[in-house]
Design a protein around this ligand. Structure first.
Ligand code: ADP
Ligand code: MG
Length: 695
């Protein structure tokens, strides 16, 4: 059998293939482009295109595509054949440099938030040479950015690359101050842990709610859910293991470092974690992972659900964004190091992140805001909607000592002088880590835990990179002018701790007392997407994005519009689906079932046989049927009203406060009827089948 190390990355136009297929001059120019972001010369692009095409054809490809990530949140591709007529009725296989570096898809049907009128439908895609081309389903895929003709970003990759550039620029300034002239580029790294559900396809196929919305809008709880914690890290069922094996193989061929797999807390829930990579590559890889998970699941007659809350009453799915900053010389800037100087540098980066998370809580919250994630955040299964940070007791002790000038509790030093003293050992990845914190320091990286499972990781990282870049810019502005570096550094770190320590919370984030405490500290508690989104346009946030050239003001407004519109569309589709299921399935089913039982009652009564059970059931069914009818009519009316508002903010709030709440009430009624109706008469697969159906 072929070994993993032999086929790993075989579908990627990676370093090894480039070296083998390109002349050394072409390879060197391409490398320069990749390392320094220099523009690619067209003659180099032509040579790369030919090599890529030959390699792709050797691997069975006939087509190529610019693979991009529009604002739909998923990926897009339009395949083009390599074929070109040779004039003699035959064809040649052709791929030119200009086709590699730039594409011009008709982009009028992608969300643009008003950035592109349909009349100027064209957008263009531009190769991101820092992310390798790869082969998927016999198509050569070229990772690209997607922009309007005016150059405005219409995708998730462009701003992510811009944010990586911003943090690179500012970090290099800081590193110079610590004498690191050898460092020429800095990149953020991310390891996204991905949660998902796997259910049997035959039950999925019975559920319009899963098909149209990705989550169940109805369904009574099973007698046993996740109470016994017996699924978490439990033995993986053979059918699921077969899926995981196939998935790993496919991901490894694509050079994706899938490493950890296990069962998660909820029944039918699992997780996959890759080894971390440079952020834009991690983002590409995560998109591919989500896509391939769904594809492989189908091969096993399973369906992979990526929705944040597919089932009521058990945990939903998230994504943990493990994040750090690394230099081209291999330094992890969130690694405390061993010498006083390394420790001082670490502390400066640490407080930059603390300040960034405090000042841009709203942006981090927005970056994880979606209709699906609203069911998780703050629901005691995922971090609260309040953004705070966990640093752990050892690091807290260090911060306290710097702030107060008092000795460390753990070591008897007089007090900690930055630049002169060595930090006490900080445990890496200790087991008592706080799982309730949205943003936790885990020894040499931060773990942002509030992301939803189906979302692209780009948005969270754009916010994080940009906010940290801003703090580093401010720090560099101060320290570059310093005449007494160690002293000024100490003072800057101390001042930052004092001003931003309110964001640090090492306690239990699920505790109700934390909500009150957070409010006292002045932290934001943006409970839902409609409450969070408007902060996108706050002056300080617009200033942040424009000054680091991540978004123009027009681009921010467009993103905001798209996010609001997306939320509204999701809730509307859910409400329409709930109504359709109620009108065409639940109500007729309940009516017919109660008519059957009523007939039984008539027969039994005529024979003088006791019909207590039947009468009780019919009474409950009639009451439920009436209530369900009233609520569903009121939901229909509520939905008609949604277009009467003047602003997007009002519409979104209305959908949340009115439409979603009515859907919940309707669900409660229908679910309680599911408890008493003959299972064989019920129109849809039950939670028992969905959650425990893979045996
Ligand atoms: P846990 O489930 O305990 O949170 P895992 O081991 O499942 O942890 O996941 C940790 C993730 O953090 C992995 O994807 C790992 O590659 C990633 N990681 C480790 N070091 C870094 C780093 N320097 N930058 C970004 N991610 C990192
Ligand atoms: Mg984790």
């Amino acid at each position: 059998m072929e070994q993993v190390k032999d086929y790993f990355g075989c579908l990627v136009f990676n370093e090894q293939v480039m070296k083998a297929k390109l002349s050394s001059d072409v390879y060197k120019s391409l490398r320069k482009t990749i390392n320094d972001g220099k523009e690619l010369d067209i003659s180099v692009a032509n040579s790369v295109a030919v090599a890529m095409k030959d390699w792709a054809i050797e691997n069975g490809c006939t087509h190529y595509t610019h693979w991009f990530q529009p604002m739909t949140g998923i990926t897009a591709e339009k395949h083009d054949g390599f074929i070109s007529p040779d004039g003699d009725g035959k064809i040649i296989m052709e791929f030119k440099g200009k086709e590699l570096v730039k594409g011009e898809p008709d982009a009028s049907s992608f969300p643009s938030g008003g950035l592109r009128a349909t009349a100027e439908a064209r957008g263009y895609t531009a190769w991101d040479p820092t992310s390798y081309a790869f082969i998927k389903d016999k198509v050569l895929c070229i990772p690209t950015a997607f922009c309007s003709y005016g150059g405005e970003a219409l995708d998730k990759k462009t701003p992510l690359l811009r944010s990586m550039q911003a943090i690179n620029n500012e970090t290099l300034r800081i590193l110079k101050l610590f004498g690191h002239d050898e460092v020429t580029s800095v990149k953020t790294t991310v390891g996204p842990e991905q949660e998902y559900f796997l259910i049997d396809k035959k039950y999925y196929d019975e559920r319009p709610d899963l098909i149209y919305t990705g989550r169940t809008l109805f369904g009574k709880k099973t007698p046993k859910g996740q109470e016994l914690d017996d699924h978490y890290f439990g033995v993986i069922k053979p059918r699921v293991q077969a899926f995981m094996n196939d998935l790993n193989e496919e991901l490894w061929k694509l050079g994706i470092l899938a490493k950890t797999e296990h069962n998660e807390v909820a029944p039918a829930q699992h997780e996959l974690a890759p080894i971390f990579a440079t952020t834009n590559i991690a983002a590409d890889n995560n998109q591919l992972t989500m896509e391939i998970m769904q594809k492989i699941a189908k091969k096993h007659n399973l369906v992979c659900l990526l929705h944040e809350k597919p089932f009521k009453g058990v945990n939903g799915s998230g994504k943990h964004n493990n994040w750090s900053i690394s230099t081209n010389t291999g330094m992890n800037l969130l690694e405390p190091g061993e010498t006083p100087l390394e420790n001082a540098q670490f502390l400066l980066f640490l407080v930059a992140v603390i300040k960034a998370v405090d000042e841009y809580q709203d942006l981090l919250r927005i970056s994880v805001a979606s209709a699906g994630n609203d069911f998780r955040l703050g629901a005691n299964e995922a971090p609260p909607a309040i953004i705070s940070m966990f640093v752990g007791s050892e690091l807290q002790d260090v911060l306290d000592s710097i702030e107060t000038g008092k000795p460390l509790k753990t070591k008897g030093k007089s007090f900690l002088k930055i630049g002169a003293d060595v930090l006490p050992d900080l445990p890496k990845d200790s087991t008592d880590r706080n799982r309730t914190s949205p943003f936790a320091f885990t020894g040499n990286k931060f773990e942002f835990r509030a992301l939803g499972s189906s979302e692209s990781i780009s948005c969270a990282n754009i916010m994080l990179n940009t906010a940290v870049a801003e703090e580093l810019r401010q720090f560099a502005d101060i320290l570059e002018k310093s005449k007494d570096f160690n002293n000024d550094l100490h003072e800057l770190i101390k001042k930052t701790i004092i001003e931003h320590k309110r964001i640090i919370f090492n306690g239990n984030g699920y505790d109700d007392s934390w909500i009150a405490e957070a409010e006292k500290r002045g932290l934001l508690n943006l409970k839902s997407t409609p409450e969070a989104l408007p902060h996108y346009l706050d002056e300080k946030n617009v200033k942040l994005f424009t000054s680091h050239k991540i978004y123009s003001e027009t681009e921010i407004k467009a993103r905001y519009e798209i996010a609001q519109e997306h939320y509204q569309k999701i809730v509307t589709i859910e409400a329409l689906t709930a109504l359709d299921m109620t009108n065409r399935y639940y109500l007729p089913c309940i009516s017919k079932y109660s008519a059957n039982i009523t007939n039984t009652i008539i027969q039994k009564d005529s024979l003088n046989i006791d019909s207590t059970y039947e009468k009780d059931v019919v009474a409950k069914l009639s009451e439920g049927l009436k209530n369900a009818y009233i609520v569903k009519s009121s939901l229909e009316d509520a939905l008609k009203e949604k277009d009467k508002f003047n602003t997007v903010e009002e519409t979104s709030m209305y959908l949340r406060e009115n439409v979603l709440k009515k859907m919940d009430t309707l669900r409660d009624i229908i679910d309680s009827l599911e408890e008493i109706v003959d299972e064989k008469e019920w129109p849809f697969a039950s939670y028992d089948e969905l959650l425990f159906g893979v045996r």
